[in-house]
Write a protein that binds this ligand. Sequence first.
Ligand code: COA
Ligand code: ZN
Length: 310
Amino acid sequence: MSVLLPPAQVAIVEVAPRDGFQSIREPLPTADKIRCIELLIDAGVTRMEIGAFVSPKAIPQMADTGELVAAFADRAAMRFSALVPNLRGAELALAQGVRELVFVVSVSESHNQANVRRSVAESLEELARIVALLEHDADACLRLDLGTSFDCPYEGTIAWHQVDDVLSRARALCGNLHLEVALCDTTGRATPYQVAEHFRQLVGRHQAPRLSWAFHGHDTYGMGVANALFAIHHGATAVDTACAGLGGCPFAPGATGNTATEDLVYALNGGQVYSGIDIARLLVAADAIAALPGGQSASHLRQVPRDRIR
Ligand code: COA
Ligand code: ZN
């Protein structure tokens, strides 16, 4: 049995402003979002999915993403990204000055249909158009979120070779772009061993100089932190989490919030893994986010008396 040595650092991508705020039925006032984002930045967050350029009919909670990007345009140290499901979203994001686009396509046909009303093949055609747009933009980069990489709410368990199929087709379109591939546990049903197996198989098959790996997980079955750690130990250099454990895809019935940022930071701190995040300040942000009306937070650390958190 091999001994797990902690990596020196892990990049945390804070997704509460996107995955979290979209899960609150009544769209939040923009000012409340801005206040929470400021607290997250104060805590040391440097990468953040700030919102989504999607149809306001599909996800009305994201309709103010452009305003949020504008409100934080002067934060040069921040790496903001935004989710886009189609060319239209990519054009809007780039026009607002977003440098990192998160293109989402699900591995399972039925979740892709429910989420973006397209077949996987149609989504990949959209990706090809987005890549053509990015090729003219030297400092823009692409995150590929592969939804339902482990489990689909409609089709059940997803095998690694199904992910490999969609990833291979997507990579063939991406040319020489900087690409971060995220295996997404949309429903939170993955187990750490399944996460390890998918990363081992896929990282082994897809090696390239401008390719890096990420994990996006939900904590529905309490596996969130363990899944993230197994991903980190099998090739992921970035992990998506949401402060206060908010979050959930409206098209993934039964799934609960994202893995809480504070829970993962606590685990990383135990191994002296650098994330740049101050846990005490993060808990201030978590309290503010958990207090938002209509949100369902799910963080372990917030329940622990503060004087017992190191
Ligand atoms: N941003 C803003 N508006 C958009 C848009 C975008 N990226 N893409 C489409 N629209 C608008 C269109 O202009 C059109 O508006 P209109 O009715 O006023 O003319 C309307 O949305 C429908 O456009 P259409 O191209 O027919 O899209 P659709 O109804 O087939 O929906 C998506 C497809 C992808 C736009 C929609 O399903 C979507 O935004 N999904 C997002 C899902 C998501 O974010 N899930 C959670 C994250 S995993
Ligand atoms: Zn998610």
